[in-house]
Design a protein around this ligand. Structure first.
Ligand code: NAD
Length: 497
């Protein structure tokens, strides 16, 4: 069986722990690979390697860094299909969706290619007589990224392109469920000419994560994953004096006003709820139908839901693939069962679904639940599967109150033709990313991504300008080239003349 190894100092490194995790093909249910789980010593080796590389990398010219990033961008572009195939084979998502993930990661690489412009700093001359002030930003040193299973290529690329462009070295701990895509990115970075030790991967589980969080030579940690682990990461990183951004889970609401184009809204709800089998932190998992739109909207969504083609990710006719594991599939199914017991109407039931020839795959059909009580588990929890809840609200005010009472605040969207209502929603809704007739408002690479409340712990969002700020520290330099007349003793607080 193929083993996915660590990547330390620009080469593969076999694990020594004797501990491995299974890597499945979710479409067949078969374990096709195993991934090495790092020991504390292996993490220490990766961090020491990254630290040794950070001295010269941090001082390397912007010209050198961007030349490598441009080359990496070209390699990534040329290998889109291959990386998408690796993603589909371990995650299960369909090829077109996996290609979309690579494209959204590439956006951040392109931002990193322009880092010279972003790191120009600021200069004020003559702030006082013969005194100039410059503000610059410098790298932190060694930084770490810990990433989830659902975007095995994109989420690492939310982190490392900007981290290394700003002069840091990087240690990635990818999800143990689908580690091959980021491993392939390491090979491409190497091919692009990235010096030894600037980008490293330790595979593994909690042992590796905890060591990264405790290690004195890690300056900052970027995390993306579920809310309980995000909270844990933030607390532990802060206890060990690290800068941290920890992005968590979500329950994204899509508000549909009576004046919306209901066919368009139904199409968008389908795409955003069932794309990637609902395993997206920006998936729409709740539609809030306002003012009597519910019956018509539910009928339109149900009609579309029944015609979706579910199958293996490498079959071009599949629109939705399987879930990541058998356990997760069963847990998702249990939410549909419990919702029925807790008062919801099951309009479309996707449980018990199987795909011919792939009976052992981790497939589930799509489910549509109507009139879901807010006390039902299906409403309260992040299901992370193809289950869409519809709740009804009499008025806009009731709807926004419901959305703002959620513990999460990642993405949200309003569907309407009324500009005034949309403007009000933008200002009133408590979430970090808002769509107006856009169901999955994932910001482009040069804006930043992040939620509010239990969807993000820390203050700076990921990628965009916030990403650059996160991976750098400010320094302000006040300079005087004195004239002989400037001398003299003065113990007063410096003021300007
Ligand atoms: P997860 O929290 O289980 O795992 C994320 C990472 O943390 C993995 O690398 C994993 O190995 C590690 N980890 C897991 N348990 C740990 C523990 N006890 N101690 C230390 N490390 C641990 O998340 P997942 O299941 O891989 O991903 C799905 C979750 O990620 C969903 O909740 C989804 O909403 C969220 N997500 C959020 C965003 C965002 O931008 N907010 C983006 C993608 C995914």
């Amino acid at each position: 069986m193929k083993t996915v190894n660590h990547w330390i100092g620009d080469k593969p490194v076999e694990g020594t722990s004797g501990r491995f995790g299974p890597v499945y093909n979710p479409a067949t249910g078969a374990q096709e690979k195993q991934v090495a789980f790092a020991t504390v010593d292996e993490v220490d080796t990766a961090v020491a390697t990254a630290k040794a590389a950070s001295l010269s990398w941090g001082q390397s010219s912007l010209a050198k860094r961007t030349a490598i990033l441009f080359k990496f961008r070209e390699l990534l572009d040329a290998h889109r299909d291959e990386i998408a195939e690796l993603i589909s084979a371990e995650h299960g998502k369909v090829h077109s969706d996996a290609l979309g993930e690579v494209a959204r990661g590439l956006e951040v690489v392109e931002l990193a290619c322009g880092i010279s412009e972003k790191l120009k700093g600021e200069l004020s001359t003559q702030v006082s007589t013969r005194v100039d002030v410059a503000s610059i930003r410098q790298p932190l040193g060694v930084v770490a990224g810990i990433t989830p299973f659902n975007f095995p290529a994109m989420v690492p690329m939310w982190m490392f392109p900007l981290a290394i462009a700003t002069g840091n070295t990087f240690v990635l701990k990818p999800s143990e469920k689908d580690p091959s895509a980021s491993y392939r990115l390491a090979e491409l970075l190497s091919e692009a000419g990235l010096p030894d030790g600037v980008f490293n991967i330790v595979q593994g589980d909690k042992v590796a994560v905890d060591r990264l969080l405790e290690h004195p030579d890690i300056a900052a940690v970027s995390f993306v994953g579920s809310t309980p682990i995000a909270k844990y990461i933030q607390l532990k990183a802060v206890q060990h004096d690290k800068r941290v951004q920890a992005l968590g889970g979500a329950k994204n609401h899509m508000l549909v006003l009576p004046d919306a184009d209901l066919d368009f809204a139904a199409d968008q709800a389908i795409n955003a709820a069932y794309g990637s089998a609902g395993e997206r932190c920006m998936a729409v998992s709740v539609v809030v139908a306002v003012g009597g739109t519910g019956d018509e909207l539910v009928a339109k969504i149900a009609e579309r839901a029944k015609s979706l083609r579910i199958g293996p990710g490498d079959d071009p006719s599949s629109e939705m693939g399987p879930l990541i594991t058998r356990e997760h599939r069963d847990k998702v199914a249990s939410y549909v069962t419990s919702a029925a017991e807790q008062g919801a109407e099951v309009v479309v039931d996707g449980t018990g679904y199987s795909v011919e020839g792939h009976e052992d795959g981790f497939f589930i059909g799509v489910s549509l639940l109507d009139k879901v009580p807010v006390t039902a588990d299906a409403y309260k929890d992040e299901i992370f599967g193809p289950v869409l809840c519809v709740v009804r609200a009499d008025t806009y005010e009731d709807a926004i109150k419901l959305i703002n009472s959620s513990r999460w605040g990642n993405g949200t969207a309003i569907f309407t033709r009324d500009g005034g209502a949309a403007r009000r929603f933008q200002l009133e809704v408590q979430a970090g990313m808002v769509g107006v007739n856009v169901p999955i408002p994932v910001p482009v690479g040069y804006h930043s991504f992040g939620g509010w409340k239990d969807s993000l712990f820390g203050d700076l969002h990921i990628y965009g300008n916030d990403g650059i700020a996160f991976y750098t520290q400010g320094k302000v330099i006040t300079t005087r080239w004195p004239d002989p007349a400037d001398g003299g003793i003065n113990l007063g607080f410096p003021s300007h003349s």
